[in-house]
Write a protein that binds this ligand. Sequence first.
Ligand SMILES: Cc1ncc(COP(=O)(O)O)c(C=O)c1O
Length: 316
Amino acid sequence: MTAFPSRPGVPRTTLTTHFPPSPLESWDEIGHRLGVRLLVKRDDLLPFPLAGNKVRKLTRELAARAVTTGDVLITSGGVDSNHCRTAALLGARLGIDVDLVLHSRAGNAAQDRLSVRVARALGAAVHVVSAAEMPDCIDALHKLRIDSGKTVHVVPGGCHTKAGVEAYADAAGELLDQIGTAPDAVVLASGTGATQAGLVAGLARAGCRTRVIGISVARPADRGCAAVREALAWSSDDTQTPIEFLDSFVDGGYGCASDATRDTVRRAWRLGLPLDSTYTGKAFRGLTELTLTEAIPRGATVVFWHTGGLMNQLVE
Ligand SMILES: Cc1ncc(COP(=O)(O)O)c(C=O)c1O
């Protein structure tokens, strides 16, 4: 194919932090089986392929930093990180050079992962190292890029930032506009906790008493709760709302999945609701068990916040 002509100084596209609302769908049959009114907020369908909740967080972060064509973005995560893939995608769209520092125990074999190939196809420079080597690798890249005269942005892994929290506080408002009245509970996959903190902040700001139930994908409850509380304090002075961060569905750690979680994922796909076993499968299993044990009462209106992550399922 003929190369696209390059026009220095002309941005490829404008960074937008405002998208059409992600769909809010009514899942009546599953809801009926669980004894609740079940709605699914489809952030997996935000208008960036395979990006999920990281789209809201990262676009807001990049806007807050006023990144511009020609800047450099350095960020980090696990080898299949959704956040890193989203960074590569936004970098390609905006003409920003992206360095991804990815950790993997698989050494060079990780270079063949589908997610790494996708990031490279998007033009990102991918550096696969061990977890212990990450800080030094990030520092070295930072120095190298600054020395080349570029404006460099180092964004924390998972976009665990104030802007990320605020993006989800606004998303809570989006949900309320769609649903009309406050739901009884929102259930989501929780990792670093910024998404959960944003939803807590946004719902409390709107005066709702909705429970926001984070299903941990990796962290023990005490650490996860503390992280959500810390992230909440970045954009709210609310110290009263109880933080519900449940670690009963972690399945042995990040990226591990029990038979029960795999079964949940398999059944959901068969019903036309694609989930993955790293994030949303654990969260949906949590939702199922909480309704069946009536920790979420019968008749409640429950929103399952689908945070994306389908690429994890595709690389399995
Ligand atoms: C698909 C998906 N869901 C949920 C989460 C958790 O988001 P947070 O780190 O804001 O808790 C992540 C973060 O990596 C994710 O990729």
